[in-house]
Design a protein around this ligand. Sequence first.
Ligand SMILES: Cc1cc2nc3c(=O)[nH]c(=O)nc-3n(C[C@H](O)[C@H](O)[C@H](O)COP(=O)(O)OP(=O)(O)OC[C@H]3O[C@@H](n4cnc5c(N)ncnc54)[C@H](O)[C@@H]3O)c2cc1C
Length: 476
Amino acid sequence: MPGLVWFRADLRISDNAALVDAARTHTDAVVALFIICADQWREHDWAPVRVSLLLRQLEVLSGELAELGIPLKILRCDRFDEVPNRLLGFARRNGCESLYFNVEHEWNERRRDISVRSCFEADGRKVSSYGDQLLLPPEAVTTRSGTPFKVFTPFARRFSEVMGETGVPRPKPAPSVRFRMKLDPDPVPERIKGFSDGGRSQAWSVGPKSARRRLDKFLGSRVVDYATDRDRPDTDGTSGLSPYLTLGILSPLQCLARAVKANQGVIRGGQEGLSVWINELIWREFYRHVLIAFPDVSRHRPLQAWTEGVLWREDPEGLQKWKDGKTGVPIVDAAMRQLSSTGWMHNRLRMISASFLCKHLLIDWRLGEAHFMRHLVDGDLASNNGGWQWSASTGTDASPYFRVFQPVSQSQRFDSSGDFIRSQMPELSNFDAKSIHLPHQYSSLEAQAAGYPLPMVDLKEGRRRAIEAFRIARER
Ligand SMILES: Cc1cc2nc3c(=O)[nH]c(=O)nc-3n(C[C@H](O)[C@H](O)[C@H](O)COP(=O)(O)OP(=O)(O)OC[C@H]3O[C@@H](n4cnc5c(N)ncnc54)[C@H](O)[C@@H]3O)c2cc1C
């Protein structure tokens, strides 16, 4: 009887627990399946650039699986509700008694998987699931009283202790099997209606080799300066691996294991750049643990309940200016234009532009969160929600509400030459390193001639208004 492996956010054959176990258990045949759920993806705000990258990776995965003698079949369901019956129908038609998959932690995905499991079990079929999205299971990283952490620093400390005790496991190699393929693989669609990305995803090469090359190249050189360069949007100072992690082209364990090896076997300490980079992987892990412990974050709820009382401004025009990169604050505008033209935004800019929206403009963070998801190639519910709630002071580890990023100082500090702003905003190319951060203040005539708008909000007044709105909500 063939084993059925359902691929989701784990589009790789190495370090894929579900695939490895299926290939070990079923010595006659394994069938792989991917389900396209276009309407559900749209509801989840998946960006066209992300879907396009996914399809390109699926094509590579199909080829890799075919070499193992495993056909990749493709089903189409509009929404998750249809998945259990369609999947069961597929299993029945193909004589698959056992289903294997790696767990997804988002709310709708969890509900879908519970239904799939009960459908299969009611039909006398076996379901095996594996936790490959996490480096450690949630129950292994808790406070002394066994509750989940809500603050990053103690989480990271505990995570490192536990990982230090158990040791970083070795990623699983790809199965070394060669089945005789009884079914033909399905063709992978080149595009899906409604997800046209205008070729943006081509900036990312697909396939495990290029993902590993990117990881090795980063760990082999740029990581040395990561502690300082990671905050500079004008420098190629970070790994650029988030799209690969989001789609599961690389597993977090593959990244951690390589980084720890390069860091002489330690998670904390060692070479500064490596240790800071490992810390970022732990941030990713943290937001996943948060998503599991507090599933309401999947459903647009703030983690700090009192922040439900913040009176956000209704300002569709202001929101549109922010989306279009026309706020009159160059670093914010450059960030937003980078997002819309490439599907990518540097982490420092994500923090600056998010803070500007929910603090200076006092616009609901959920609108910004959705906009990011609709455009990011690495759009990931746990990290995106975590980043937005952090920026809006509504989440775990939230920056206190009265600490408001000053976008111009951030710009002067992290894009001191103005090179990044110039790279995104040709109309400001004639401004020098001093004036480019606030062009109207230094040369209003020139800024007007360039067609660049005045700042849409007085930064001091915006800050005061945000602090006041949060203070009122807190005292309610
Ligand atoms: C408002 C906001 C929204 C965000 N949305 C997303 C998102 O949708 N998807 C996403 O993957 N990341 C998101 N992040 C986190 C971070 O910006 C990106 O992970 C990072 O920019 C990816 O670039 P990199 O791969 O070069 O990162 P590197 O600096 O090389 O870091 C390595 C890896 O660590 C993880 N990581 C790094 N920083 C963070 C962080 N702050 N939080 C969680 N994980 C982190 C990522 O998986 C990243 O690939 C968001 C941050 C903010 C502030």
